[in-house]
Design a protein around this ligand. Sequence first.
Ligand code: ADP
Ligand code: MG
Length: 734
Amino acid sequence: MSTAEPRTDTRDGVDLGRLAELDVAVLNGVGPKKAKSLAKAEIHNLLDLITHYPRKYLDRTKEARIVELLEGEEASVLVTVNSSSSRRIRGGKVMVTSTVSDDSGSLRLTFFNQAWRERQLSPGRQAVIFGKIEMFRGQRQMTNPVVDLVGDKTGRIIPVYPQSEKTGLNSWDLAEWVAETLRRTLPPSGRGLIDPLPDYLLDEHDFITREAAFKGIHQPESLAEVGEARRRLVFDELFRLQLALVLRKRAIERTETGVAHTIDGPLLTGFTDRLPFELTMAQRRVIDEIMADLARPIPMHRLLQGDVGAGKTLVAVAAMLAAVDGGHQAALMAPTEVLAEQHHAGIRRLLDGLTVTDETSLFHDRPLRVELLSNRVTAAERKRILSQLLTGEVDIAIGTHALIQENVMFSSLGVVVIDEQHRFGVEQRAALRDRSYEDASPDVMVMTATPIPRTAAMTVYGDLDVSVLDELPPGRSPIVTRWVAAPGNLDQPAGALDMIADLESMWNDVRQQLDEGRQVYVVCPLIDESEKLDAASAESIFDRLSAVELADRRLGLLHGRLTPAEKDQTMDLFRSGHLDVLVATTVIEVGVDVPNATVMIILDAGRFGIAQLHQLRGRVGRGSHQSVCWLVGETTTEDGEARLRAVVDSTDGFELAEVDLDLRGEGTIMGERQKGRNDLKLASLRRDRSVVVQARRAAIDVVDADPSLDAHRGLAAELQLFLDQGDAEFLLKS
Ligand code: ADP
Ligand code: MG
C-alpha cells in the first residue's frame, strides 16, 4: 500500500500491509541464519509470519501419561528429554536412542538413520511424541516416532507449527517470533491492528476482531478460542477472494458495452418449434437465464455447467440464434479439431432449412449459414469463409481456438460459445472485442461438462454467472458401471465383492452386445505424459484384442500420434458403424457422440481421476440402449479404491465432484487460477463451504454499495496487498 494514499479509516493502528513491509530480521530473535531458514519456508516478513498458522494444538490436560500407554497402541505424549546418544550399527547406519519422561515414567525412543535427532533431542527439551508403543526388555519404546518440539511452554494449549527438517525451523522458535510480533503490534505495547471489516459484518456474523483472531489462533487459552479465531480468519481469506471476483465481474459489466440481443426472433422460435423432442425443464430454465442476459446491453459472461449428455449443445445453439436473429454473428469454439468438426456437422443438421432475412436477396431471405473454420479446410475455402465472415454472410462460425485469433474478423460478432475451455480470462475477452467491427463486446458463454461443487464454482469462477443443467433428457437408461479387479488380485476388502466382476464375464457381455449390433470403446492405460508411450500401449492392446478376446470383430485404433486425417477416417468409420470396437487413448475423452456405442471399457481405471472416468463413461449412454461401463484395474491405495467405488456408485457428476473435492482437496480445483499471496492458507473449500456462501454475499453487498471501495479503504488496501499488481489495477480503477 502506498502511504500517500488518503485513508478514511480513522482508527489508529497498523494494517497487514505495514506488517508485510517489515522484514523478519526486525525481530530480536531472528538473525541472518534464522532469517534464511524462514525464507526457505516462504516466510519473509511479519505478515508471512503471522499467517503461518499452527498445524495443530496440544491440549496439555488431555495428553496421555507414559504409564498409561499400552503395547501395540498409538499414542501421543508430552515429554521432557533426559538423554540422547547415537551409535553406528550394521551397514554403516546410525541409530539414535533417546530417553524421555513425564512425571509418570520414562520411554525409550529409537531412530534409524536420523543422526540429526541426537542434536534435536538434547536434554531438557520438551517434545510431543507420537508413535506406536512397543515393549523392549520390559521397557516402553517407540521406533521412529513423530516428534514435535514444543519448547518449554507453560500454557495449557500449545500451538504446533508446521516444521520440517529442510527448513530447520522448530515450533517453539516460530511461537516465540509470532509472540514477539504480536507483542509489538497489539496493545498495550503496540499500536494495534486495523480491522478492515465493516462493523455491520462483524455484528452480523458475531465475529471477534482481527486482533483477537490473530491472538486466538497463535496463543489460545482454549480450543474454543481457536475455533472463533479460525472462523474469523477463514472468513477474511474467503471474503478477500470474493471481493476480488465480484469487483472483477462488476468492472467488466461497467466498462464493456454489449449488444442488447433480440430474444424472441423468428429463428429462435422456429428452431425450438421444429425440435423432434421437448426441451428438458433444466434446458428451458437455463435458456431463460441466458436470454435474460442477452437482452441486456451488458455483455454476458456465463458458465454453463452440465453433465455429459445433458444437452448443452442445444442451449448453445439457442444463444447463437438469438445473435443471428438480431443480424449479428456467433462463434462456437471447441477444444479440438475433431470436436469442432463434430459440432459443425451436428449443428448444421439441427439448423438445416432455417432462413435469415436478407433485404438484398430476391425473396428477402437466404439460408442460415454455418461454416467450419479448421486447419483442414483448404486455403481457398478458408479465404472465402474469412471474407464472408467480414461481410456478415456467414452467420455462425465453428472452429478451434484459432477462430478468434489471428486475422479472423467478424462483421458483428454477437455471441461466443466456448466448449470445454476453462481458462477464459480478462485478456481473452479483450481479444474477442477486437474480432468485431462493432464496438460492442460479444456475450460469452463457457460450457463445461466437468461439474464442480457450487461453492467451489463460486470461488473458481466467481467472476462468472453460473447456470446449471442438472437434468438429463428423458429416455436414457442410466449407465451401469462395474468394476473388474484385474486377475491376480485376491485381496479384496470385504463388502466389495458385489461390484467386482471378472474379465471372463466382461468379455462375454461385450461379445453379446456386439452381436446385438452395438459398438464398444476400449480406453487404454495412461502410461504417463508421453503421447508416444500411450500410443504404443494402445497399439499393443489393439493387437492383443484383435488376436484374442475380440478376434473376428472389426477393430479401429485411435491415438494422438496418428495424423488428423487418419484420426478422422477412423472416427468416421466408427460413427458410421463400419467399426465395432474403437481402441483408443483418452483422445476420445470429450464430446465424442456415437449413440450406438453402449459399452465403455476403461483399462487400468485406477490411474484415472474421478472426473476423467466420469467423462469417459459419458461417451456411452447417449442413445436409448442400456449402456455399461467396465472399470478394469486394481488399486493399491485407499483413495484409488474410493475413487472407483464412487464412480461405480453414482452417475451424478455433481455428486462425484463433491467426492472428488473430499478426496483430493481444493488444490486441484483452484488450479492456476488463484496464485500468489491470495492462496487460501486456512480456508478449505470443503470444510468451509458455508463460509464461501457468506463471503460471497457479503462481497456483493459491499461492492454494490461502494463499487470502487472508496468508503472501504482498508479493504481496498488489503486487496492491493494480496492480489497481483495487474489484477488490482484493473479492479480498483474507477
Ligand atoms: P452435452 O451436454 O454432453 O454436450 P449434447 O448437447 O451433446 O450433450 O446432447 C446429447 C444428446 O442428447 C444429443 O444427441 C442431443 O440431441 C440429445 N438431446 C439434447 N436435448 C434433448 C432433449 N431435451 N430431449 C431429448 N434429447 C435431447
Ligand atoms: Mg457437448
